[in-house]
Ligand binder design. Sequence first.
Ligand code: ZN
Length: 503
Amino acid sequence: MSTTELENRDFYELEHFKLQKQIITKLPKKFCYENMVVILKDCDSSSNLFLVGMLHIEDTTILNKIKNLLHKKIKPIQLNEYEITKALDFAFSDQYRTEEYVLNINQTREIHFSKNQEAKDILDDLLSQAIKMNSTDIHIENYNDDIDLRFRIDGVLHQIVTPLNPKNIKQVIGRIKVMSELDLAERHMPQDGKLKIAYKNGETIRHLDIRISVLPSNYGENIVLRILDSEILISPYINLGLSDTNINRINQHCQLKNGIILFTGPTGSGKTTTLYSVINKINTSENKIISIEDPIEFDIPKISQYQVDFRLGFEVLAKAFLRHDPDVIIIGEIRDEESAKFALRASSTGHLVLSTMHTNDAISVIGRFRDLGVPDSFVAENLRLSVSQRLVRKSCKKCNGTGFLENHSTKAKCPNCFGIGYKGRTGLFETFSPDNKIKSMIADHKSLQEIRSQYKNEETLEFAARQKINASVTTKEEVMKVINLNSTKEEPYQLNSDALHRH
Ligand SMILES: [Zn+2]
């Protein structure tokens, strides 16, 4: 049946149309099922017209939404619910059983953005490219006559060549909004949404959660998509970049029956990842581990996690949790007097306590406990180990950090790091475990400076950094972003020069 014949009929049945998956899926699955609509025919090349099967043919709101999403003329065609569902099930059969949006990737195919792509293809390619490059965030920003696309990779934003332009941006943002169940018509208020994606690459499937945030600006709606692996991949802590000395030190302290072990560093330093990998190591059937957090940020496999408000007071918390007879207690973060007191109480009643703290270096936890009003004698008695860390990007091994591969006279972008020169991240670590002499200094209220000068630690953050620079694991520029390499004696990252010469 020809297009003109189809357009001119008064009465239709599904069997009049030759259904095509790639045409039906131009509209998001959820939108189609919720509104009972299905694209029946793309009469594009000549008439710029789509025939769309609808249950509620008179509903202009739905009709306008379809027009907005497709940017085509629409000819609505009355179909019944059974026919529409049948057509949609046919087209979305590989996505039907799950709430997830399925992204099929061919890892070897180079993605080439082109000008005339449809919103669906643009978004699929954009998401695929971002996931392929291990991006954590996608930033889309509108400017006067330009659209900016940036991916955050290993903590750093990179400008990406984009198929987005002021003409197609509204369709793409419309599609993102519909897929994440946001209000398509709302263009003046900030909105937050979620989207689940199954990223299929051959036989392997990764499940990803995408958090979407839309913020209207003077030139249009800006969007940030945060990509999260829904299953946390806990890597053993020997893979995090720790030295043998520090691995041994952590191993020894994990065996303790009581005391406090702290993971410290600024936001984004990777301390939570290190905490998780240590928990994973001690999570055996011999240990009962509970985790107390405010709020619970990630699910830790096979650990009972409790969301608590530390303002309840440590007496109440101690009563509730210590009688559950745990061996190990994890406290999400020690950040106020109540959580600090609870940690010390738990430790002094025979529990091993693991937690994180926001400090610049390993020894500074003493000062932080003092700020939180914890008596020095408690700290001296209970603090076993403090691990401080920073994250730096690793130089790409394939191209030696240049971003390019040279083959005779030709230069090509390195396929491993996509021309960035860095791939993945590693930690710089220092540890602090007070011996008896240091413990008595803490109990005697000695200043941090005095304690620091007495604590013999060759492996400072700066030492770890210099070793990794020398071994070409990372670069000086990368390290300089997170620690001061040219520190003077007054500063905490003082390097013992004898130690450097010995290594
Ligand atoms: Zn490379």
